[in-house]
Ligand binder design. Sequence first.
Ligand SMILES: Nc1ncnc2c1ncn2[C@@H]1O[C@H](COP(=O)(O)OP(=O)(O)OP(=O)(O)O)[C@@H](O)[C@H]1O
Length: 261
Amino acid sequence: MIRVEHINKTFQVARRNSGISEAFKALFHKEYECVKALDDISFTIDEGEMVGYIGPNGAGKSSTIKILSGILTPDSGSCQINGRTPWKERIAHVRDIGVVFGQRSQLWWDVPVIDSFELLRDIYSIPMKKFKENLDELVTLLNLEEIIKTPARQLSLGQRMRCEIGASLIHSPKILFLDEPTIGLDAVSKIAVRNFILDMNKRHKTTVILTTHDMQDIEALTRRIILIGKGKILMDGDLESMKKGSSVDEVVVELYKKYEI
Ligand SMILES: Nc1ncnc2c1ncn2[C@@H]1O[C@H](COP(=O)(O)OP(=O)(O)OP(=O)(O)O)[C@@H](O)[C@H]1O
C-alpha cells in the first residue's frame, strides 16, 4: 500500500539576466527563485494496482517518483510505502521497489548486461536460486537471450530498455515505478514492453506507477489515472468512465484545457 499525504516540495533555482555584467554581478550576489514542484500532494495506491500518473512537462511527476523512491526528501508531508518512509529507510525500501527512468540508465555501460544483473544480485543479496529463477523468467519474457552478453552501450534503445526493465525487476520488487518507459521506442518494442508489464502485474501482483506522455501506454496499462498540474493533484479517476466514446488523447487534451495546465 502506498499512502502519500500532503507532500510539498520547493526547489530554489538561481536566476540571472543574460550578459557579461549580469554574470559578474551574480558572482557576488546570487538571486534565487522558489519553484513549487509539489503542492499538497495526497493519494493512496493499493497493492497490485496499476496507475497512470500524468501531466504536462514540469507538472511534478518525476519529483513525485523521486520522493516515492527515496531519492528526494520533501519539505513537508508524509509518505508510507509498505509501512516505511522511503527517504528515511532507504536501504530497506529499495529492496521493495524497482525503478525505470526511461531517459537514464541503471546498467553499467561498458560491461555485458549479464554482469550488471550479477552486480545487482550482490547489491540486493539475492539468493542464487531465486536469482536464477528470476533471471530465467526475465530472459524469456523480455526476450533477452541474444543481447544479455552484449555491453549496454552497444545495444539499441529498445534492446536496452528491455534490459533496464529486467534489471529493475531482478530482485522481485513489489512496486515498480516507470518514468517514461517507452520513450523513443518503435511500435513493436512499445507493445512488447507493455505486454511484459501487464504480464508481471498479473503473475506477481506487482504494483505499477507509470508516468508517461504516451497515452497509448496509459490506455494499454492502466484504468486509473492521477492528473498532476503545476504541482497539484487535479483529478484522480477511472479512465474508461471519462472516455465516453473519445480517444485517450482527446480525454487528456480536454483535461488539460479544463484545468488550464
Ligand atoms: N533538481 C531540481 N532543481 C530545481 N528545480 C527542479 C529540480 N527538479 C525539478 N525541478 C522543477 O520542479 C518542477 C517539476 O519538475 P518535474 O521534473 O517533477 O516535472 P515532470 O512533470 O516530471 O516534467 P516532465 O514531463 O518534463 O519530465 C519543474 O518546474 C522543474 O523545473
